[in-house]
Write a protein that binds this ligand. Structure first.
Ligand code: CTP
Length: 406
């Protein structure tokens, strides 16, 4: 039996929440209903209390000794918000916490599923779409609204999906979360993320477009599954999640040393960073000046170490870590992206290669991604387009299975 929190927003579809609640109860789960004050204008507290067998309140000042604004979220295994109004999505995206439900959304560390319902114009508004994108990038599952009859005479996109569909989607999330709970318990993970900088002088460098988002999402997903995570971060432009040990580096040489020094103590090493293949042969000690004659400095490049290959070459013994590499590839006249990736996997000798198709600049500094995880044993796992955190979880599903199988 899981603890399900059913958040109910103030929309006409609130009445369908009663059916959602009944289905969760019939599936054997304990349901605590947390409506907003506006939701109670549509369906009253006695209905929710009678159906759930639990007290109902909307503010944080009821039953204060139980500290409900924290305890309900903390003890939840799943939070489902149905209907999620435009207002609730906005509050959740911005971290507002002015009632019991929004407090619960901030304190919950379990999966959150939101089922929006509103008029088409509100759903399509740039503000709502931006809020949905923010929530999805954090791993919240925001269902697509259904198309059909809306309040009043109009029809369009914005209906709450059928209660059966909401419950089915939510139970699938719960089952997947249970399988992932602590499946990386005490696994020691070393992850690199970001793009290196190769200095020309004290102020200028050669860099690349990597933001570090995917590597950081991999760290976040691993922590949530119980791993002990060290992140070697090269100039990342997004915040590092709590619970991750961070080592900051700038250049490929620093990244190389930081990774090789720590790889021996890791069970899994993930090379998600984009190290520069080349660096200037010399770094000027002072800023390079231009002169009036218009002469242009010539930059000679030398090759950087291949960190992934060094990690593979230097691992040894029965406790050697599993090594996961990344490949940002574009297809060309000689071969498609998959062929390039298979060749790279063989060349680098790692256990898995996560293939990112970056044709046309895809995948850089975006919240969403789509990858294929190739295994050295020939396995192929396609991870569909989705938030980088969801992609990270799918990558870990594949790696965790390998760890399980020894
Ligand atoms: N990598 C590395 N050290 C480098 C360059 C890349 O460890 N100097 C790692 C990346 O972190 C990634 C993998 O190697 O996990 C593949 O990176 P990619 O840039 O696609 O490969 P390259 O070896 O640079 O191959 P290419 O010739 O296609 O650029």
């Amino acid at each position: 039996m899981s603890n399900v929190v059913l958040g109910v927003g103030g929309g006409i579809a609130a009445y369908k929440g009663a059916e959602i609640l009944r289905r969760f109860s019939e599936s054997g789960h304990r349901v605590r209903v947390v409506p907003t004050a506006a939701a109670l204008k549509f369906v009253g507290a006695p209905t929710w209390e009678a159906l759930s067998g639990q007290p109902v309140s909307t503010d944080v000042f009821t039953s204060v000794p139980e500290v409900p604004h924290v305890s309900i979220g903390q003890s939840a295994d799943l939070v489902v918000v149905a209907p999620a109004t435009a207002d609730l999505l906005a509050k959740a995206a911005h971290g507002l916490a002015d009632d019991l439900l929004t407090n619960t959304l901030l304190t919950a560390r379990c999966p959150i599923v939101m089922a929006p319902a509103m008029h088409t114009e509100m759903w399509e508004h740039a503000a709502t779409q931006a809020n949905v994108a923010t929530l999805r990038s954090r791993g919240v599952i925001v269902l697509e609204p259904a198309v059909g009859r809306l309040t009043g005479k109009d029809t369009g996109k914005g209906r709450l999906p059928d209660p059966g569909e909401v419950v089915q989607a939510a139970l699938a999330v719960l089952a997947r979360d249970e399988a992932r709970t602590n499946d990386l318990g005490d696994v020691r993970v070393l992850i690199s993320a970001g793009g290196t900088r190769e200095y020309l002088d004290p102020v200028r460098y050669l860099g690349n477009r990597s933001s570090g988002r995917q590597g950081i999402a991999i760290a976040q997903a691993a922590v949530s599954r119980g791993a002990k995570v060290t992140l070697v971060a090269a100039n990342v432009s997004v915040p590092v999640p709590a619970g991750v040990d961070v080592v900051r580096v700038e250049t490929t040489a620093e990244l190389h040393d930081a990774m090789l020094e720590r790889a021996g103590a890791a069970d899994v090493v993930v090379m998600a960073a984009a190290p520069a293949d080349f660096r200037p042969a010399a770094v000027a000690a002072t800023k390079i000046k231009k002169d009036d004659a218009g002469s242009v400095p010539q930059v000679t490049l030398v090759q950087n170490p291949d960190i992934l290959r060094d990690l593979v070459e230097r691992r040894s013994g029965a406790a050697a870590p599993l090594i996961v590499g990344f490949a940002a590839e574009t297809g060309d006249d000689s071969a498609g992206v998959l062929d390039h990736a298979r060749a790279k996997l063989a060349r680098k000798g790692c256990d898995f290669l996560v293939l990112n198709d970056v044709s046309g600049g895809k995948a850089f500094d975006r919240a969403d991604n789509e990858v294929v995880v190739l295994g050295r044993d020939g396995s192929v796992a396609e991870v569909p387009y989705g938030p980088k955190v969801a992609v990270a979880h799918s990558i870990w599903d594949t790696v965790a299975q390998r760890l399980d199988n020894g």
